[in-house]
Design a protein around this ligand. Structure first.
Ligand SMILES: [Zn+2]
Ligand SMILES: [Zn+2]
Length: 193
């Protein structure tokens, strides 16, 4: 099920900070472990498997303008090697760092770009989601020198580094046939004209 894009993890990373409001200098540690959402929610090559625990640990600090949240989210991402399609995992620790502003401290025309507190709540969900997407490998590799697949037949080159093809590339052969047909058709048309 798709989750609310404005509150990823179904709001499970929303923390009530009402006890810190108006007390600059006070702070409180928060910890929560949430299951990763369905795979296509993040839209990147490496993602936590659905249900994979994401451990979030953060410090909420009261400041004059709002609540400053900083900490980490740790989990394991899974994906496929971009060359050979073998499974790849990536342990990841995303830094969380955001100042949630009190709405009344932000001018109306600046609210769209600001991260605001809502009902005395600090929602770390968007930070975690965006952080995972940024830190995830775009083109994961099972190892830096992965030889990948044979471009002609898809054979795993790692299984036999000597693998190669003696015969002419099938695609090239097909292309030659195409040109031959084309020439024949052209001739027919000339005969008609
Ligand atoms: Zn590979
Ligand atoms: Zn091959």
């Amino acid at each position: 099920m798709p989750t609310n894009p404005d509150s990823p993890f179904d709001g499970a990373l929303r923390f009530d900070a009402v006890d810190l409001i108006g007390k600059p200098g006070t702070h409180r540690a928060v910890e929560r472990t949430v299951p990763a959402p369905a795979r296509d929610d993040l839209g990147v090559a490496m993602q936590p498997a659905p249900g994979e625990p994401i451990e979030v640990a953060a410090e909420l600090e009261s400041v004059v303008e709002g609540i400053y949240a900083h900490g980490t989210a740790t989990t394991e991402l899974v994906g496929e090697c971009s060359r050979c399609l073998d499974p790849v995992t990536q342990d990841i620790a995303v830094r969380l760092d955001e100042l949630f502003l009190f709405p009344e401290k932000v001018k109306a025309d600046e609210r769209e770009d600001a991260v605001l507190m809502e009902d005395d709540i600090v929602d770390l969900g968007p930070l975690v989601r965006d952080g995972l997407a940024v830190e995830a490998e775009d083109r994961p590799l099972c190892r830096p020198d992965c030889p990948g697949l044979c471009p002609q037949c898809g054979f795993r080159m790692e299984d036999d580094p000597e693998h190669h093809h003696e015969v002419i590339d099938d695609r090239f052969a097909a292309l030659q046939g195409f040109f031959d047909d084309d020439a024949a058709e052209g001739g027919t048309r000339e005969d008609r004209g």
